[in-house]
Design a protein around this ligand. Sequence first.
Ligand SMILES: Nc1nc2c(c(=O)[nH]1)N[C@H]1C(S)=C(S)[C@@H](COP(=O)(O)O)O[C@H]1N2
Ligand SMILES: [Mo]
Length: 272
Amino acid sequence: MALFKRSGNDDGQSLIVRDGDAILKEARALVTRRVSEPSRRAFLSRTLTLGGVALLSGCSLDDNPSVESALDKMSRWNDRVQAALFRGDVLAPTFKASQITRPFPFNAFYSMDEAPVVDPAEYQLELSGLIADKAPWRLDTLTTFAQARAAEQITRHVCVEGWSAIGRWGGVTFADFLKRIGADTTARYVGFKCADDYYTSIDMPTALHPQTLLALTYDGQTLPREYGFPMKLRIPTKLGYKNPKHIRAIFVTNTYPGGYWEDQGYNWFGGS
Ligand SMILES: Nc1nc2c(c(=O)[nH]1)N[C@H]1C(S)=C(S)[C@@H](COP(=O)(O)O)O[C@H]1N2
Ligand SMILES: [Mo]
């Protein structure tokens, strides 16, 4: 049943086309919309122009609690539409090595020199929640595990702040890792805590997607400090802010964990 198809164009952008259902198309456009300013109002007022004009006409966008509440409801609805549209077997576009963006842009909620310094000898990955084997992982064990299953991808990273870039990440598919630790894959969420106090969470279908990677290398080298050493999650089906760098803890849960930007109004599903 081909109700909708996802296709990549030359530029590597992907789009959903679903005959006869403008709402789903609009929902997709709504979440892939890039915003230039990482603020709640900028993000929400842009989505408003696409999704909620009729709903909110006559309301002022400034400091109006009922508008904010309506927009929050739209964002939750938007999460549900995106989750329904998400297909575990539809792959994000991949690229050739010659298309890699050099230098790859840096982004975080601070400037580059403030990126955390993680001591590889001291590092431990902590596991908690609905996981059978919660033993922490040292970096050498993690590296050996990843190298034995080497997965690699050249994909596009899309940041809501208005830029995108193609990069090459290597590691192990997150599905393999979740299997190894005995994660309950019927649970709803996987959450991440980072060495710089960033945090985010993703839905289980995305966690199990074949392109979702626990990445330890960038362009064939150890992941550089600024880009997430010692380890990041690379998810080409999601926007940049859903790709946690410097992961220090992973947990599996049925309780909504939110995220650093998500708790400030960014859409939680954050599909790209
Ligand atoms: N730990 C951590 N992860 C993070 C962020 C952050 O500030 N801290 N920023 C996110 C955002 S908004 C983007 S666009 C990407 C940037 O990744 P890059 O520096 O590899 O381009 O990291 C994401 N993951
Ligand atoms: Mo971002």
